[in-house]
Design a protein around this ligand. Structure first.
Ligand code: PEP
Ligand code: MG
Length: 573
């Protein structure tokens, strides 16, 4: 048994067989042999078999996408299939093979040429280059994987065998979203922080995950038995029976009803979701509605933005999954570590300090904002629509809130003029910048609610990139400076009619529930996996004792003092 330490991301553990995901290295081609030594017929057969495997993988991906996200997203894979079966490409590849080029080189040469052609074109055509690259990579993976492995290789991450522990240098949000949570027993990465979006998606899929393990992870080979303990932040190679046994213990049962502290203060415990597939698991775990619907996941991994109707469908699905609860939908929050290729977001030296969140919605992507607001206002008028609340991300200025509210009103006027059913939902702002925390009173005065995003707030208060494990110790929601920003926000809400929630990852840590209740939060929203623990914990909390605990923590000057005050560590930690 050998233990590697990292940062626990999903607080669950799983055991399985390792498989490295190396998207680039996996595609290194062998040296070109002497053409005379190439068996052209055998190579033609290999090319055909690879095409069959890729076609099958694309159809699977298409069906899965149609089921999970919608028909339009699924159509992307039909475009991929057209490239796969493009007669001129096939003709050229086969001709090269007959001249003594091995199949993988013939494919790479021909697709690289096509990629270069598309890259030289304008707009949408240039984006087709990404589709071509994807088809090329799938073909190459199928060809390089060898007999028996071609289908799995062509399917990539979507078709891992049951009980796989996936090891990777890093994963992108779309890599993570492609994982089948039934098949993947755990994920461990060399890089990455707990609040990177890949980690958040793993958590919402309830896949055990440890990130930021560092180079030591490279010492693990394919095919080893490994336990990923996302609670302890450990990756255990060759775990003994006792350690494996700990994995089989499951978490507490869901508490379907709403909860209150021991002395009767109600606290809503809601779920963060990124898409329709996460709604049913959230409801099963007893979430009191949705505290953060990250709509940007409707926009990634496709070629064009979702239509107004698609967005309307996604929001009404969330509302009908929680007919008696509130559903807080965040308007589009792209930029930062959430790139969306077709939006042509600017290339910026510091994307987290650049054009992201509401800045884009009020600026270059006002069109997308309007479409999204139309979908939201229509959804607010449906049978379960009175639970809808809408919030704006990355607010730093009062004027942004005023302009966003104006945009809502103007969309309402348009819909009224068209005679369409609509209603104006409750409106709120995310507090995820120091500016928003300092201005929380002014924001609360103008809005129905505030929701604190501690992932970004800790990043901006502490000047520490949320995805960079080299500064993970600074990205610390328990640092007194972050706690004081939280306090300023809850105090502002208390002095107004607005309610205040937290939807950053901090809200899902049951060890912090008492502190957060004491700080005055009305709602805690988290990856669904920890909803039952947090609900159980709320019931044990005494609101007065929690307020004293919060005051003690707020008086601290160092993280160590805070941990000590919370009974979670040594004073000099
Ligand atoms: C946050 O910043 O805490 C938050 C909830 O938003 P996201 O993680 O999507 O940036
Ligand atoms: Mg954020």
């Amino acid at each position: 048994m050998r233990t590697l330490a990292g940062v626990g991301s999903t607080p669950r553990a799983g055991v399985g067989t390792t498989r490295w995901y190396r998207p680039e290295a996996d595609l290194t081609l062998p040296d070109r042999p002497d053409p005379a030594s190439v068996d052209a017929d055998a190579e033609l057969d290999r090319y055909e078999a690879a095409r069959d495997a890729v076609r099958e993988a694309l159809r699977d991906a298409r069906d899965r996408a149609a089921e999970r996200v919608g028909e339009e997203e699924a159509a992307v894979f039909e475009a991929h299939e057209e490239f796969l079966d493009d007669p001129t490409i096939i003709e050229d590849v086969e001709a090269a093979i007959r001249e003594g080029t091995p199949a993988e080189h013939a494919v790479a040469d021909r697709f690289d040429e096509a990629v270069a052609q598309f890259e030289g074109m304008e707009g949408r055509m240039a984006e087709r280059a990404d589709d071509l690259r994807d088809v090329r990579d799938r073909l190459l993976r199928a060809l390089l994987a060898g007999d028996g492995q071609a289908s799995a290789a062509a399917a990539g991450l979507a078709a891992l065998p049951d009980g796989t522990v996936l090891l990777a240098e890093r994963l992108t949000p779309s890599d993570t979203a492609a994982l089948d949570p039934e098949a993947v027993a755990g994920v461990a990465t060399v890089e990455g922080g707990r609040t990177s979006h890949a980690a958040i998606i793993a958590r919402s899929l309830a896949v055990p995950a440890v990130v930021g393990v560092g180079e030591a992870l490279e010492s693990i080979n394919d095919g080893e038995t490994v336990l990923v303990d996302g609670e302890a932040g450990e990756v255990v190679v060759d775990p003994d029976e006792e350690r494996r046994e700990s994995v089989r213990e499951s978490g507490p049962d869901a508490i379907p009803e709403r909860v209150a502290t021991a002395d009767g203060r109600p606290i809503a415990v809601a779920a963060n979701v990124g898409g329709e597939v996460e709604l049913a698991p959230a409801a099963e775990r007893g979430a009191d509605g949705v505290g953060l619907f990250r709509t940007e996941f409707l926009f990634v991994d496709r070629e064009a933005p979702p239509t107004e109707d698609e967005q309307y469908e996604a929001v009404t699905a969330a509302l009908s999954a929680f007919p008696d609860d509130r559903v807080v939908v965040r308007t589009l929050d792209v930029g930062g570590d959430k790139p969306v290729p077709y939006l042509d977001l600017p290339d910026e030296p510091n994307p987290f300090l650049g054009r992201r969140g509401v800045r884009l919605s009020l600026g270059e992507h006002a069109d997308l904002f309007e479409t999204q607001l139309r979908a939201l206002l229509r959804a607010a008028a449906t049978e379960d629509g009175d639970g809808l609340a809408v919030m704006f991300p990355l607010v730093t200025r009062v004027e942004e809130v005023e302009r966003a509210v104006d945009a809502v009103e103007s969309v309402a006027a348009d819909l009224a003029a068209e005679g369409g059913d609509h209603a104006v939902p409750a409106l709120g702002a995310m507090v995820e910048t120091p500016a928003a925390a300092f201005l929380a009173d002014a924001l609360a005065e103008r809005l129905d609610f505030l929701s604190v995003g501690t992932n970004d707030l800790a990043q901006y208060v502490m000047a520490a990139d949320r995805g960079n494990d080299a500064v993970a110790e600074y990205h610390d929601p328990l640092h007194p400076a972050v706690l004081r920003a939280l306090d300023r926000t809850t105090a502002a809400a208390e002095g107004s009619d607005a309610w205040v929630g937290m939807c950053g990852e901090m809200a899902g840590d049951p060890a912090l529930t008492e502190l957060l209740v004491g700080l005055g939060f009305d709602e805690l929203s988290m990856s669904a996996v920890t909803v039952p623990e947090v609900k159980a914990r709320v019931r044990e909390v005494d609101a007065d004792a929690a307020a004293s605990l919060a005051n003690e923590a707020l008086a601290c000057e160092t993280r160590g003092e805070v941990l000590y005050a919370l009974g979670l560590g040594e004073r000099d930690a």
